[in-house]
Design a protein around this ligand. Structure first.
Ligand code: 5GP
Ligand code: MN
Length: 342
């Protein structure tokens, strides 16, 4: 991590500050985990800290210590705006372009507070005053850990912080199996276990917490909504609006669904296509040298090499046609790398 930035941050934190922490809309385990890890750390350092989420987040993340303190912005926009307006420092976690915080973009942009971006997505937009950005990092939670460590405060990491940071690292590494899992990640995890993090409890809270409806929904999605294109080494799951009502889906219930496509032999790109309100949302996952972000960029999105997202106002049918023609355009890339096919 950049040492100049660390000393600048050290100066900013030298006396008690009013701090706002926010993260991308539809927060996932890393967005909430990194935010709450930082929240506990900065509170421990004597700052006044508020966490504002641009939208609600899944139930299975609400056990994380501090989760009940998170203000869901749209539930009280006035208070959210007041927090951003009055902040000395605004930490922007797990995103790097302000449109990712929806309606709070202008208020954060116009706030006099210094913006500190901590993130690992590709293509940062450059809105911040100070950046801790590393696209090689497994997760934003790993970056928060490294930041605390670079500030010389590693010994102050508590179980509360550990629970939050572990959740971020574990979810963004797919339980330590994606290519972003490094020896450094495992060393961090070892330390978090030493401060008391209970890994079985966290696994159960996150993954053994489904409703029966959700399991039936997964069955339905794989049974009736999966389209496989063996010649292109690609597959997608297409869900219409009705399915969300039919299975009583809650936020986060589609999490993990797209990964099933990559478990098919010789499939290197998987896409989940869902319809929400007036937009079609696309979630891309890939392996074996195939770039997800290349496809996401065609749908106003971005993300990481192997996991990315996008959205469009086109109809489902238009999206399908365009996606299939993109498969043709990127046919060579979709063949994957030799070693992975062996
Ligand atoms: P998901 O498919 O789970 O929504 O997103 C996959 C990854 O891509 C996540 O890291 C997410 O933050 C990122 N992502 C999703 N949509 C966008 C987008 O519109 N822009 C950028 N830059 N990243 C995105
Ligand atoms: Mn992340």
């Amino acid at each position: 991590m950049n040492n100049n930035n660390i000393s600048e941050l050290q100066e900013m934190l030298a006396k008690p500050q009013r701090v706002a922490i926010t993260m991308h809309q539809k927060p996932d385990g890393d967005a909430i985990g990194s935010a709450l890890g930082l929240y506990h750390f900065l509170k421990g350092e004597g700052h006044r800290v508020d966490v504002v989420a641009p939208t609600d987040f899944p139930e299975n993340l609400k056990w994380i210590p501090g989760a009940t303190q998170v203000l869901i912005g749209p539930n009280d926009t006035d208070r959210a705006k007041w927090i951003f307006d009055g902040a000395d420092l605004i930490f922007c976690l797990d995103f790097n372009a302000l449109h990712r915080i929806n309606e709070f973009e202008p208020v954060v942009e116009d706030s006099m507070g210094k913006k500190i971006m901590i993130d690992h997505h590709l293509d940062p937009a450059g809105f911040e005053d100070l950046a801790f950005w590393d696209p090689e990092a497994s997760s934003t939670a790993e970056l928060v850990y490294r930041l605390i460590s670079d500030l010389g405060k590693k010994d102050q990491i508590t179980k509360e912080m550990g629970d939050a940071l572990y959740t971020g690292i574990m979810t963004d590494t797919g339980s330590f199996r994606f290519t972003n899992t490094s020896p450094a990640v495992h060393r961090i995890i070892a330390h978090l276990m030493e401060v008391g993090v209970d890994v079985t409890f966290i696994h159960d809270a996150l993954f053994n917490n489904s409703s029966v409806d959700r399991l039936k929904f997964i069955g339905h999605s794989l049974g009736n909504c999966l389209h496989v294109f063996p010649d292109y080494h690609a597959a997608y799951i297409k869900l219409d609006r009705e399915v969300f009502k039919r299975f009583n889906l809650r936020p986060g219930d589609t999490e993990g669904l797209v990964s099933y496509t990559l478990s098919i032999k010789n499939i290197y790109l998987g896409v989940l296509i869902t319809t929400q309100d007036d937009i079609v949302k696309l979630s891309f996952r890939s392996r074996s040298g195939v770039s997800s972000v290349t496809f996401a960029q065609e749908f106003n999105g971005g993300g990481h090499f192997y996991a990315a997202g996008g959205r469009t106002k086109e109809s489902l049918a238009e999206v399908e046609t365009r996606l299939q023609s993109l498969f043709e355009t990127h046919k060579e890339m979709l063949k994957g790398v030799e070693t992975a096919r062996a």
